[in-house]
Structure formats: C-alpha cells, structure tokens
Design a protein around this ligand. Sequence first.
Ligand code: GAL
Length: 409
Amino acid sequence: MSKANQLAIAIGLAVATMATAHAQRAEVIHWWTSGGESAAVKELADAYTAAGGTWVDSAVAGGEAARAAAINRIVGGTPSTAAQFNTSKQFHDVIEGGLLNNVDEVAQKNNWDKLLPAAILNSIKVKGHYYAVPVNIHMPAWFWYSKPAFAKAGIKDEPKTPDEFFAALDKLKASGVVPLALGGQPWQEKLTFDALLAHVGGPDLYLKLYRDRDAKAVQSDAFKNVLVSFKRLKGYVDAGSPNRNWNDATSMVIAGKAGVQIMGDWAKGEFQAAHQTAGKEFGCFPGFGAKSPYIIAGDVFVFPKTNDATAIKAQHLLATTMTAPATQVAFNNKKGSIPIRTDVDAKSMDICAQMGIQVMKDPTRQLPNPEMLVSPDLTGVLQDIVTKYWNTNQTSDDAVKAIVAAIKD
Ligand code: GAL
C-alpha cells in the first residue's frame, strides 16, 4: 500500500476518533474543588475519557453556588451535559418542570432496582423514571480524630457515649489543642446539629423531626437536650471558626492542631490527599457505640433536558462509566465515600470504608439524610434557625419555638 494511502487512512482514523470523542463531549458542573475532591472527580473524568468521551470540567466552589449555576444554565437554555446534586429532593422541582432527561435505559440495563439501596432509589426515581445517577454513599456525621492529639491528651479509647465524647473534648482542651475543629458556615453548623440529633437524640427523635414533623417531639426534653449539647460544643471550638471551609477544619486535625472534626466522610479524601492512613495518623468512628445510626447521603448527577442525540449518548455514557464497578472503587477510594453498589471488590478500601460497608448491610441502622425527607425550602429555614441559635445567645426554648413554627408551616 502506498505511503500516501497509509497516511490518508491514518488521518481518517484520527479524525474519526476525534469526531467520536467530540461527539461524546460532556460538560459536567460540580462543586468538588478541595484537594481530595479534585483527586476523586478526576477518577470519574478518567473513566469517561477511557470510554472514548471528552470530559469538560466545570467546577464551581460550594454546593449551593454550583447547584444554582446548573439551574440557571438549564433555565437560561444553555444547560451543561450533567450537573451534580445531592442525593435528595434538591432536583425534584427541576424534574417536575420537565427540565431533565431520564436515564431509564442505563438504569434498566444495569439493574439499578436490585443494585441500589432503597434510600437512594427513593431520591432518584420519580414516577417510575430514573432522573439521576448516584455515584456514592456519603455519611455526613462521622467523627475524625488525630491519633497524636488523642495520645497526647491521654485518650485511650474512642468515645462510646456522648458523655465520653465531652470528657475527651475536655482532655483535648487541657492538652492545649483545639478540641473540635469546626467550619463556622450555616451548612456545617446544621450538619453538626443533625449529627448530634442522630447520635445524642437517637434515630426515633431524628425521624420525628424530619419524617413526621412532630411538634411534640421537638418540644420534648430529649430534643432540648440535643440543642443544649449542640450549644455546649461551642466551648470546644476556636475563635477562628467563623466562615472556615470544611477542608480547612480537616487540615487542623491532619496537622494535629485540633483533636476532632464532625464531618461527612468527604473529609477522609483530605486525609488521603495528605498521605495519612486511617487507623495510623487518624482515626474515624461513625457514632457512639456498636449500633449508632448511619445517615445516608451522597452525590448524584442529573442530565438536563436535550433532544440532541449526541448529547443524550454522552449522558448515557457518563451514567454507565460513573456506576461501573471499577470506577466506583477508584472514585470512592479517593472521595472518602463508599460505593453505591454492593457487588464491587471493596478489599482495597480502608478501615473507615469497611465500617461503612458493614453498616450498609444493616437496614436497621440506616437513616435517610434530612434532604431526602424535607423540601429544600424547609431545609433552608431549619438551617437558618440552627445557625442563628449557634451564633447568638438565643435560648433553646426560643429555638424550639422557631423549629415548631417552621415544621407546622
Ligand atoms: C457535600 C457533598 C460531598 C462533599 C461536600 C463538601 O454536599 O455531598 O461530596 O463534597 O459537600 O463539599
């Protein structure tokens, strides 16, 4: 074959490959900008690229800002190919508005009904159609601690009760480190409150608020005790806390400047990015005692409405590569979360992930995260109430009144 023909064929092939890659161009809006998050999202991008696609990364710092950007693009008529939301009701209005494509084809082909936990299916499946691809299970109420700080403070065992936890915070304070690293932003303050509601108030009280909107339960002594315990944490937080980003708080524990952080297991991605190992430089526990509740949260990608066949093909390829077993392990290992599917080889995942995977086998310990149970509007109102209570000297009685008024609305 002549050199000229060989060259023509090679050029032809290159063009075809470029055309395919271009056809599978996918712009993805997400809010994963921290060190650990960036390393994790790259695993999704690499898997998509390996499958022949072109990943166009549109990172927007901060969940609220990223979700708003995605919705503005959808409403403005220039939607991205995919956008990140939490596994929740956050995108249900967009579904109601007919502004999302479903991924039924991928879901049925991959047997999601069998593969995915009920709490996740309930969030992504609306009127029998699948409107989002889940990529992980995050638990927002883990305890991350510095092993050196615990050792220096003379804390031998992980706290098994709220009282033991406060005793540990006292020891950390006495040893001269910041006992509790907290980022003073409304969503983090709400997350900390919800962690105490589940771990101190218990799963029933948690569900009475978020599932049942039970005013009597909110007016109970048990609920007041949760509010008082929440406010008591303030005595263990440093003056630099206001407006601190969550990953900067994690960095304090990584550096041993702080003893503990209450945060979702996305924090683990930061420890890993700092080359720290679970069980060695840092420890993790998902709550107090062997039967602590496990709040199910996480991330999904939705696919804005389009009739463009190539864009739909890209959306389906994204949904397929993001949920593939190998991608699930590679991504979740860096993200700090655990895979959405139980049929993956999770042996490479660390001790914290193994704990989470075990708990996911016990439905009696699982709690839907608040945003799976209440509307984004009520979530916003409750977040405002919690952040006001945390940042002012409002009494717990007044906070109770505000919450009762909000859930009655
Ligand atoms: C959560 C999200 C996590 C993590 C965190 C901090 O909403 O589910 O994946 O990224 O925000 O940005």
